[in-house]
Write a new protein. Structure first.
Length: 621
């Protein structure tokens, strides 16, 4: 019996080995016409060359010869295979010199069917140092066939590659399984003629590609890209605005749109602060919370880091959903909306802005600066001044207070540096929202750190950026009893609905896991973990320690807010019934440990159940 099983096992193993070997070696090493960046560098003269160290050297089978480009970035070497091949394996060997091993880290392989690589998809990203004098290999998991394949060197590497290899089999393949750099969706941008976005005005024609849903969903559409943002544009990791020619639904966004933002999160070393604030916005039931999801970004084959793919804040269905004005809306009811404005310390940098009577800078976001007419600018300026001096009648307290609570709960120094507000046609009130920009929140600003040690609201602290808005906010949340009462009601409602330490810690723990692979790549690309950037109050030294700082702050902040609002939390929201059986449920322990999606398999105890955006505590008896 024993012998029999051993023999069977041995035969089985042999079969596995045979199958595995034949699988691994069934695909040939491919050859083709060498293509790539034309200008190489002659290191002995440091001059441009087309004869020394050319891209042909990456395919000559010799480990001592190498390709080094004259330009330092976005340079590449590859093959025109003549017809499509499904690539199953790639190989690489670094140039044999002192920096060679490190120069391949974050090098990217791509495949395309257009010789300009505009339609390229990623095949593989190198995440470890290379080995000099040998060819390293990796399996490729991309089912589409490509005629053109290439390797793009990482930033500032001049490519510097001794040898490249591609293996595969002939065929056009299919799109059943494509490659994502990590568990996060991959956003890959290819610009026309390789132009790198360089300011906020020039939109660079591009092919915008997003691979999501574990490599099973592909969106690849023409559009454009440009830089975006204010302070965040000064960092080497640039924020971008992408715009599709036609409206698209990206990843799991609720609706279609042309414009989306790529938030760079350079100063936020947890890479999650904006997403966490959006979670608070949903929990405080802001009528609209911007969509956002973490992604990896490639630009012309170069890895740029972990970003957040987010809504552009604009007037549109699924975004700020108010009437869109036209230049014909000159008078009467038509002139009363909708307007999207931003109380914005950077207003003076915009074309369409005004200063209010009380000195607040206001940018008019919609109607946009190219189509707005004088009557509209005049109307919204007068209206804002009226609101400013008579907020009781003209400010919607409900959205203002919810927005205020998100700003305070997140400890955001910037809350009143920039506030989005909107006015709908035929509605006298000015509404506040959506929440936006939390880079400096959650204990990330040396001017207000440590936030919980202060006895008063952050907007009233010396380090806050509230400026002129401070006295406006005082009139509401400090001096008006009715508004204060309303604020506690909103807080109680959110607390009872699950805004608890346990749930927020569980959310942060989940997001930390979600970002684990991508944060590693991000900090390989941007070696700043031990450097103070932006307004960082201190160095925590690791990704885990950065996240722990936010986790600790969040827990303490909920208690701090209870105290400041003179509110006592009585948990009575324990429920056993699950409201919506249509949506999948996820169960977690109180400490955030996931327990899958089947209630029947749970032992008796207290759990947190999440359905869509709703979170509840349940008892299994
Ligand atoms: Ca070579």
């Amino acid at each position: 019996m024993k012998i029999g099983r051993a023999v069977v096992l041995r035969i089985y193993l042999l079969l596995v080995m045979v199958c595995h070997s034949s699988g691994a070696f069934a695909d040939d090493k491919l050859s083709g016409t060498v293509i790539g960046t034309k200008e190489s560098v002659n290191y002995s003269t440091n001059m441009k060359s087309t004869t020394v160290n050319t891209c042909a050297n990456a395919f000559d089978g010799k480990l001592e010869t190498f390709f080094a480009s004259y330009e330092r970035n976005y340079t590449w070497a590859g093959l025109d295979l003549g017809s499509p091949f499904v690539i199953t394996r790639v190989g690489w060997s670094p140039r044999n010199d002192s920096q060679g091993e490190g120069r391949v880290v974050l090098g990217v392989f791509e495949g395309a069917n257009s010789p300009d690589f505009m339609d390229a998809l990623p095949l593989y990203i190198i995440t470890e140092k290379g080995k000099i004098g040998t060819v390293s290999h990796a399996d490729v998991h991309c089912s589409r066939g490509f005629r053109y394949v290439r390797y793009i060197g990482p930033s500032n590497a001049r490519c510097n590659i001794a040898e490249l290899e591609f293996y595969g089999h002939a065929g056009e393949g299919d799109d059943t399984h494509l490659y994502q750099l990590t568990n996060l969706p991959t956003v890959s941008i290819h610009t026309e003629d390789g132009v790198i976005p360089y300011d906020k005005e020039h939109e660079i024609e591009s092919q915008l590609t997003i691979i999501s849903d574990d490599g099973t969903r592909l969106l690849s559409e023409p559009g454009s890209v440009r830089e975006r943002g204010n302070a965040s544009r000064n960092f080497p990791k640039k924020p971008y605005r992408i715009k599709f020619k036609e409206k698209q639904r990206v990843v799991d966004a609720p609706g279609k749109a042309k414009k989306w933002t790529l938030i760079n999160n350079y100063g936020d070393k947890t890479l999650m602060r904006n997403l966490l604030a959006f979670e608070l916005s949903r929990r405080l039931e802001m009528p609209y919370t911007p969509y956002g999801t973490a992604v990896d970004v490639l630009l012309n084959g170069e890895y740029k880091g972990c970003y957040q793919l987010c809504d552009q804040i604009q007037v549109q269905k699924n975004r700020v959903n108010i009437t869109e004005m036209t230049p014909e809306d000159k008078e009467g009811d038509a002139l009363t909306g909708g307007y999207l404005i931003e109380v914005d310390a950077y207003a003076w940098e915009e074309k369409s802005y005004f200063y209010s009577n009380k000195g607040n800078p206001v940018t008019i976001k919609s109607p946009d600066e190219d189509s707005i007419i004088y009557q509209q600018t005049d109307y919204i300026r007068r209206y804002f001044n009226r609101m400013e001096s008579n907020w009781v009648n003209y400010l919607d307290q409900n959205t203002f207070l919810r927005h205020f609570l998100v700003g305070e709960l997140s400890g955001n120094t910037d809350t009143y540096w920039s506030v989005f507000m909107y006015k709908e046609r035929g509605d006298d009130k000015l509404y506040t929202g959506p929440v936006w920009d939390f880079d400096l929140a959650f204990e990330n600003d040396d001017r207000t750190y440590p936030v919980n040690s202060k006895s008063d609201y952050i907007y009233r602290s010396g380090g806050s950026c509230a400026g002129n808005m401070s006295s406006f906010v005082d009139n509401i949340v400090i001096r008006n009893a009715a508004a204060r009462k309303k604020m506690v009601e909103i807080w109680d409602e959110a607390r009872q609905a699950g805004l608890t330490e346990e749930n927020m810690v569980a959310w942060i723990d989940d997001m930390e896991k979600e970002l684990e692979q991508s944060q590693k790549l991000n900090f390989m690309r941007w070696n700043i973990m031990n450097t103070i950037v932006h307004q960082n109050p201190r160095i925590w030294g690791s990704y885990q320690a950065e996240v722990a700082n936010v986790r600790r702050f969040m827990k303490e902040r909920i208690a701090w807010m209870d105290k400041r609002l003179n509110y006592t939390y009585h948990p009575n929201g324990i429920s056993v019934a699950i409201a919506d059986n249509e949506q999948p449920s996820m169960f977690f322990s109180l400490s955030g440990q996931p327990y899958g999606s089947y209630m029947n398999s749970l032992k008796p105890g207290v759990y947190i159940v999440r359905q869509g955006q709703t979170t509840k505590k349940i008892i299994i008896r």
